[in-house]
Ligand binder design. Structure first.
Ligand code: BGC
Length: 794
C-alpha cells in the first residue's frame, strides 16, 4: 500500500475515493470512541428536528464565530454584532467574558433570532482562569495527571461563572524546539506523557458529562503538528513523514478524542504542503473516520482567510476547501459567512456539506444543555480565597524541578535552605514581577500573585535583603515592549526595563557580599517573550541577567538560581558555575509560596523535565527519542559521542550532543535506588501481541528511598525496539508512575506492555509489531540504566 500522503486528496470526492481504497487498518487504528453524549439519541433527534427548520442562511450562521471582545489575533472584526445575532448569522463568539456581556448577546439570540438558537461562548482558559496555575509546560513537569485535571476543573468552574461554555484547551502539540514560544502551552516533547496529560485535561474540563452546569466543552488544539514548525518559527510550515506524524505528533490529539473531547481546533501550519485548515486527510480521514470524532472543528483565528496566503485559492475557493476538508466553524475569518451561501446556490458546494457542519455544531450546543440553560447567573466577584490558593499552591509545588544541588565546599548542599543561612539576598528582575510570574496566556489578575519577594519577606523578615539587579529586558529587547500588546496586556506596563543596569548590578553585588547566600530569580519575561508569536533564536536569559548572574557568582558567595521561564533556556554557564538550580517555570498566583516551599524543604521537589534542556541553541530541535545514526553504532543517550577523538561520527565539533538536563530529569532532597527490572514473561509469540488484547507482559521494579527524608519519585519506563523494519528511536517513554516513599521504604511497581506500547508504524504506515527484541529500562529519567530484554518471537 502507498503512503496515505501520496494521493493529493484536495477535494472531498477524491478523499472519499481514497478512503474507500484504504484496506482495513490494524486493530489499534480502528477504535473509534465517539463522545457518547454527542452521539446520543436525544441529542441527535433534537439536532435533526432543528436542522429541518433552518434556512440555508441560518445553517451558515451557525458556522460563524466572531471575537466580540478583545483580540487574540490580527485584524479583529469590528461589526455590529447585535444585529448579526438577531438575524441568526452568528453561531459562536469568543473573548466575550462575564455574565453581563454574554447574557446580553444570549438574550438577543434567544429572544430575537427566528429559531432561538443559543450562542456558544469560547475563551482561552489555558492554565486556570482567575485562579492562575503554573503554565501547562510546568503542569506537565509534575508528571501528575491529577494535577492537570485539577487545573482544568478549576478553570472550568470559573469560566462557566463568567458565561463561558467552551475553552480553547488543552494544547497538546508536541514541542521539540524551544525556539517556538508556544512550547509554554504544551506538554513538551513526548507523545506518551502528552497523551496522558491530554486525557486528564479533557476529563477536568468535561467531567465525562458536558451537560453538568460546571462543565465546559474542551477544545484540543492545534490540529495538527503545529509544534513542528520548521526552525521553531511560529506559523511556519511543517514537513515530516507520515510515520512520524502518526507515531509522534498525533497520539496526544487522539488521546483527547478518546477521552471524549467535544471540539478540535485546526492549526495554522501546513503539513507536507497542505494547510491543516484545508486538509481532508487530517480533518476527515484521520479525525473523523479513523478516530470516530463526532464533535465540531473550529479553525484557528483567521486561519480560513489566511489560506489565501498559502496560495490555494481566492476567498470563496479557500472557504470551500476548508469546509469540505472538515472545518465546521470559521473563527474570525469572515469567509464562511460571506462566501458559502452563493456557492451552495450555484451548486458548487452540496448543501449536505453545510448541513453536516451545522449538525456538528448544534450537537455540541445540545450536549452542553445550552438550549435548556442559555444564560449565566450574574458573575460572582472572583476572590482568591485561601481554599483556591491552597489548590494552586499544591499543583505549583509539584511542578518545580530541582535541576542541580551539588555540595558547596564547607557548606554542603545549599538546598533545602537551613537556619545556617542567616542573611539571604534575593536578586533579580523576576523576583517581584507579578505579571510575569502568572505566565503567558493568563487571565489572572497580577494583584492576586504572591511574588517571591513578598513571600520571602514574610518568612525571613530582616534576614532578607532584595535588589532587582537589572531589567529583564535591555537595549534591543525593549523594542519588544512597543510591539507586544498581546493577551490584554498593556505595552510598557512592565517594570522590566531597568533604567541603569550597571548601577543595579553593582547594588545587587553589594547585597550579595553582605549575605550568606544569594537567591537569583532570573528567566525571561513571560508577557513579552513567551507564547504565541514569540519565537526566539537566542535561548539565554534576556537583557543583562546573565551579566548579573556572573557578577554575583564572582563574589564567591553561594548562589541558588531560580529559573522562571516558559521554555527550556540555555543554562550552560549557570550549570557550570552555580551549585543549586531550581526550574520554577511561570508558577501562577502562588509563585512565591511554592518556590519558598521547595527552597526551605517544606516540600521535597518531585518535578521532572518534560523537555530536554540544551547546552546550546544550535542543538535544537533536541529531544531524547532520537533515531539512531550509522556513526557510531549503538548510540545511546548515555553514550553520545561527545568530544570524541573520532572524526567521522554524528556530533558537533564545538559542543556535546547530549542535553544539559535531559528529558525526565529532576532531583530530590532524598535519593532513590532502582533494582533490576524483571518481566512476567520474557518471550511472547507475535500473534499474541497482534491480537491486541491488552498487556502481554508486565515490567516489575523495586524502588527504594535510600535517603533520610520522605520523597516522591517519578518512576519512568523506556523501551527501544532494536530490530524494527522502520528505524525506531533510541528510547521511548512507555509508562510512568509517581510514587511516595518514606525514608528506607521500598515499593514494588508494575507497568503493562502490550500492543499499544510495543507497536510502531511500518513502511506501509500501518501500526504493527514484528519479531524483535526490546531493550526495557526503568529509572528516574531518560538516562535510566537498569535494563532487561523482551523478545517477540514468530
Ligand atoms: C491561537 C489559539 C487561540 C485563538 C483564540 C489564536 O491566535 O492560535 O490558540 O485559541 O487565537 O484566541
Amino acid at each position: 500500500m502507498q503512503s496515505a500522503f501520496a494521493p493529493k486528496a484536495s477535494s472531498l470526492s477524491l478523499l472519499l475515493l481514497f478512503v474507500a481504497l484504504v484496506p482495513p487498518s490494524s486493530p489499534a487504528q480502528a477504535r473509534p470512541v465517539p463522545n457518547p453524549q454527542l452521539a446520543s439519541k436525544e441529542v441527535n433527534a433534537r439536532t435533526e428536528s432543528l436542522l429541518k427548520k433552518m434556512t440555508l442562511e441560518e445553517k451558515i450562521g451557525q458556522l460563524v464565530q466572531y471575537s466580540a471582545g478583545f483580540a487574540t489575533g490580527p485584524a479583529a472584526s469590528n461589526l455590529t454584532y447585535d444585529d448579526l445575532v438577531a438575524k441568526g448569522q452568528v453561531g459562536s463568539m469568543l473573548n466575550v467574558v462575564g455574565a453581563e456581556k454574554t447574557n446580553h448577546y444570549q438574550h438577543i439570540a434567544m429572544e430575537k433570532s427566528r429559531l432561538h438558537i443559543p450562542i456558544l461562548f469560547g475563551l482561552d482558559v489555558i492554565h486556570g482562569d482567575h485562579t492562575t496555575f503554573p503554565i501547562p509546560l510546568a503542569v506537565a513537569a509534575s508528571w501528575d495527571p491529577q494535577a492537570a485535571e485539577t487545573v482544568a476543573r478549576s478553570g472550568a468552574v470559573e469560566a462557566r461563572a463568567d458565561g463561558i461554555d467552551w475553552v480553547f484547551s488543552p494544547m497538546v502539540d508536541i514541542a521539540r524546539d524551544p525556539r517556538w514560544g508556544r512550547i509554554v502551552e504544551s506538554n513538551g516533547e513526548d507523545p506518551y506523557l502528552s497523551s496522558v496529560m491530554a486525557r486528564a485535561w479533557v476529563k477536568g474540563y468535561q467531567q465525562g458529562d458536558l451537560s453538568k452546569l460546571d462543565s465546559v466543552a474542551a477544545c484540543v488544539k492545534h490540529f495538527a503538528a503545529y509544534g513542528a514548525a520548521i526552525a521553531g518559527r511560529d506559523y511556519n510550515a511543517t514537513d515530516m513523514s507520515e510515520q512520524t506524524l502518526r507515531q509522534v505528533y498525533l497520539p496526544p490529539y487522539h488521546a483527547a478524542v478518546e477521552a471524549g473531547v467535544a471540539t478540535v481546533m485546526s492549526s495554522f501550519n501546513s503539513i507536507n504542503g497542505i494547510p491543516a485548515t484545508a486538509n481532508p486527510l487530517i480533518l476527515t480521514q484521520i479525525l473523523r473516520r479513523e478516530w470516530g470524532f463526532d464533535g465540531l472543528v473550529v479553525s484557528d483565528w483567521g486561519a480560513v482567510g489566511e489560506l489565501k496566503n498559502h496560495s490555494i485559492g481566492d476567498g470563496p475557493t479557500v472557504a470551500r476547501k476548508s469546509l469540505e476538508a472538515g472545518v465546521d466553524m470559521d473563527m474570525e475569518g469572515n469567509l464562511f459567512g460571506t462566501t458559502i451561501s452563493s456557492q451552495v446556490r450555484s451548486g458548487k458546494i452540496p448543501e449536505s456539506v453545510v448541513d453536516e457542519a451545522a449538525r456538528r455544531i448544534l450537537r455540541v450546543k445540545f450536549a452542553l444543555g445550552l438550549f435548556d440553560h442559555p444564560y449565566t447567573d450574574s458573575s460572582p466577584v472572583y476572590e482568591a480565597t485561601p481554599e483556591r490558593r491552597a489548590v494552586a499552591r499544591k499543583v505549583a509545588d509539584e511542578t518545580i524541578v530541582l535541576l542541580k544541588n551539588d555540595p558547596v565546599e564547607g557548606v554542603g548542599a545549599l538546598l533545602p535552605l537551613t537556619a545556617k543561612a542567616k542573611k539571604i539576598a534575593l536578586i533579580g528582575p523576576l523576583a517581584d514581577d507579578a505579571r510575569d510570574l502568572l505566565g503567558a496566556w493568563s487571565a489572572g489578575d497580577p494583584k492576586n500573585v504572591i511574588t517571591l519577594k513578598q513571600e520571602l519577606t514574610d518568612r525571613l523578615g530582616d534576614r532578607l535583603t532584595y535588589a532587582v539587579g537589572c531589567g529583564a529586558l535591555a537595549g534591543e529587547d525593549e523594542k519588544i515592549l512597543e510591539r507586544v500588546t498581546f493577551g490584554g496586556s498593556v505595552a510598557g506596563s512592565s517594570p522590566q526595563a531597568a533604567a541603569d543596569d550597571e548601577k543595579s548590578i553593582a547594588e545587587a553585588v553589594e547585597i550579595a557580599r553582605q549575605s550568606d547566600v544569594a537567591i537569583l530569580a532570573l528567566g525571561e519575561p513571560a508577557n513579552w517573550m513567551e507564547g504565541e508569536a514569540s519565537s526566539r533564536v537566542h535561548l539565554g536569559f534576556t537583557g543583562n541577567q546573565e551579566k548579573l548572574l556572573e557578577a554575583v557568582v564572582a563574589t564567591g558567595k553561594p548562589v541558588i538560581l531560580v529559573v522562571l521561564a516558559g521554555r527550556p533556556l540555555e543554562l550552560k554557564w549557570a550549570a557550570e558555575h552555580v551549585s543549586a538550580i531550581l526550574e520554577a517555570w511561570s508558577p501562577g498566583i502562588e509563585a512565591g509560596p511554592s518556590v519558598a516551599d521547595v527552597l526551605f524543604g517544606d516540600v521535597n521537589p518531585s518535578g521532572k523535565l518534560p523537555s530536554s534542556f540544551p547546552r546550546a541553541v544550535g542543538q535544537e530541535p533536541l529531544y531524547y527519542a532520537q533515531l539512531p545514526t550509522g556513526r557510531p553504532a549503538h548510540v545511546d543517550l548515555t553514550h553520545m559521542p561527545t568530544n570524541s577523538e573520532e572524526k567521522f561520527v554524528s556530533r558537533y565539533v564545538d559542543e556535546q550532543n547530549s542535553a544539559l538536563f535531559p528529558f525526565g530529569w529532576g532531583l530530590s532532597y532524598t535519593r532513590f535506588s532502582y533494582a533490576k527490572p524483571t518481566l512476567s514473561r520474557t518471550e511472547i509469540p507475535l500473534q499474541e501481541v497482534l491480537a491486541d488484547r491488552g498487556a502481554v507482559t508486565t515490567v516489575s521494579i523495586d524502588v527504594t528511598n535510600t535517603g533520610r527524608v520522605a520523597g516522591t519519585e517519578v518512576v519512568q519506563l523506556y523501551i527501544r525496539n532494536t530490530e524494527a523494519s522502520v528505524e525506531q528511536p533510541v528510547r521511548e517513554l512507555k509508562g510512568f508512575a509517581r510514587v511516595e516513599l518514606a525514608p528506607g521504604e521500598t515499593k514494588h511497581l508494575t507497568f503493562p506492555l502490550g500492543f499499544d506500547e510495543l507497536s510502531f508504524y511500518n513502511v506501509d504506515v500501518k501500526r504493527t509489531v514484528e519479531p524483535t527484541t526490546y531493550d526495557v529500562w526503568v529509572g528516574g529519567s531518560s538516562l535510566a540504566d537498569q535494563k532487561t530484554d523482551l523478545k517477540i518471537v514468530e
